[in-house]
Design a protein around this ligand. Structure first.
Ligand SMILES: Cc1cc2nc3c(=O)[nH]c(=O)nc-3n(C[C@H](O)[C@H](O)[C@H](O)COP(=O)(O)OP(=O)(O)OC[C@H]3O[C@@H](n4cnc5c(N)ncnc54)[C@H](O)[C@@H]3O)c2cc1C
Length: 380
């Protein structure tokens, strides 16, 4: 690694582990600080578009991802109602190019496990139960204050990558005030058994929920989701979540009949969260500290690109750090030129679709999808 030899990464999500993989592979000493005691990624599914798969290939984990995910190349749209007529079934764009499927669905903890194993195999030191509480620039590096069960400590790195998610402490510590804002929507996600015929994502727009959808994640698993006006559902147990979700799912037919039957019995993995949106205006770095992934941008998952963009942030960061000799203005200018407009377009497109849904307006959703697809089909 040319520009830096010693890097601290804050956060072991997709952005942080991808960064750790790429920098460790390039020969840097990498320490990842993760506040959680174990990996414990949220136990639901994720939709990985082709450009995310291309990035995962760059990380050297595509074969494992392919083996533990469910790939498909078609998207179905159904109308609400008990009959749930099929409105359209269209080929999904292969945004990663012809070598990858259009889409792969996956259980999030499986993806996290694969990425962690790869980072560790390449020599990255992933420290769980290590929360970063302060970030200060020193003469020749950045000092992190780390809080662990054993007490506090300070560690200095040449570069710090803040991949610490929506409520990023690193972002706050370096004085960036842009923060994720709720957009008014909330989503239920349940990890359920997949009926064999449900072999690609299907979406229902309309009915009492804004979106009712599902995505296959494996031979006999998938995740199903319902988007509603955001509610305060803090403290909801999986049993309560299953009940509410089953009730909300009542007006949806076809494969939702099987999902609802499982929800009525109670489902172990049911999660609820609000959608947010933000994008940090350039620059994402302050000196030797840079924020990436959800720390830098978030969006409603209406085009399923959040993690894809987080992975691309890491890929581009790894690329510029490998090609420049030092952390120069030119390095950061290239990083921002390749990342900020692209991530901003994705955030704005996602927001636009969400705004149409909230207003119950039709809008040119396909046109917006096309814009995103054309953009992210290109290498980042
Ligand atoms: C409902 C929903 C559905 C989504 N669906 C999709 C989808 O289908 N496809 C897609 O591509 N994207 C999707 N996304 C977006 C995607 O989940 C995120 O963009 C992605 O997970 C961001 O990864 P990250 O590594 O930046 O952040 P995170 O995954 O949040 O990781 C940040 C990590 O930092 C740790 N951390 C936080 N603070 C500290 C600290 N102070 N010290 C140490 N560690 C810290 C956290 O514990 C966490 O592990 C969805 C998002 C939502 C909300």
């Amino acid at each position: 690694m040319s520009a830096v030899q010693n890097v601290g990464v804050v956060g072991a999500g997709a952005a942080g582990l991808a960064t750790a993989i790429l920098l460790a592979e390039a020969g840097a000493d990498v320490v990842v600080y993760e506040t959680k005691p174990t990996l414990g990624a949220l136990g639901s599914g994720i939709t990985l578009q082709g450009n995310a798969l291309r990035a995962l290939d760059r990380l050297g984990v595509w074969d494992q991802v392919r083996a533990r995910s469910f790939s498909f190349d078609v998207l179905g749209i159904r109308a609400p109602g008990p009959e749930a007529p099929l409105v359209a079934e269209m080929p999904d764009n292969k945004m990663g190019g012809p070598d990858y499927p259009a889409t792969a669905g996956m259980f999030r903890p499986d993806l996290a496990e694969i990425m962690l194993a790869r980072a560790q195999a390449l020599g990255a030191n992933v420290r769980f139960g290590a929360r970063v509480t302060a970030v200060t620039h020193a003469d020749d590096g950045v000092t992190l204050t780390i809080s662990t069960d054993a007490g506090g400590e300070q560690v200095t790195h040449e570069l710090v990558v803040g991949a610490d998610g929506l409520n990023s402490a690193v972002r706050e510590q370096i004085g960036i005030t842009t923060r994720p804002e709720p957009n008014g929507m909330g989503i239920f996600r349940a990890f359920v058994k997949r009926p064999p015929e449900a072999d690609h994502t299907e979406l229902v727009f309309g009915g009492p929920s804004y979106i009712a959808g599902f995505c296959p994640t494996g031979e006999d698993t998938m995740y199903a989701y319902l988007v509603e006006d955001k509610q305060d559902r803090q403290g909801m147990t999986p049993e309560e979540g299953s009940k509410i979700m089953a009730e909300l799912a009542r007006p949806y037919g076809a494969h939702w009949n099987a999902v609802r039957a499982q929800l009525e019995q109670g489902v172990e993995h049911v999660h609820y969260t609000w959608f947010t949106s933000h994008v940090v205006a350039e620059p994402w770095n302050r000196g030797r500290v840079v924020v990436i992934g959800d720390a830098a941008h978030s969006c409603p998952p209406t085009v399923a690109q959040g993690a894809a963009q987080a992975l691309e942030d890491a890929v581009v960061l790894g690329d510029v750090l490998g090609r420049y000799d030092a952390l120069s203005d030119e390095l950061w200018a290239e990083f921002h030129a390749r990342r900020v407009p692209r991530a901003t377009t994705v955030v704005e497109a996602s927001n636009q679709i969400a705004a149409w849904l909230l207003a119950r307006e039709r809008g040119d959703v396909q046109g917006v999808h096309r814009t995103v697809s054309d953009l992210v089909s290109q290498e980042p």
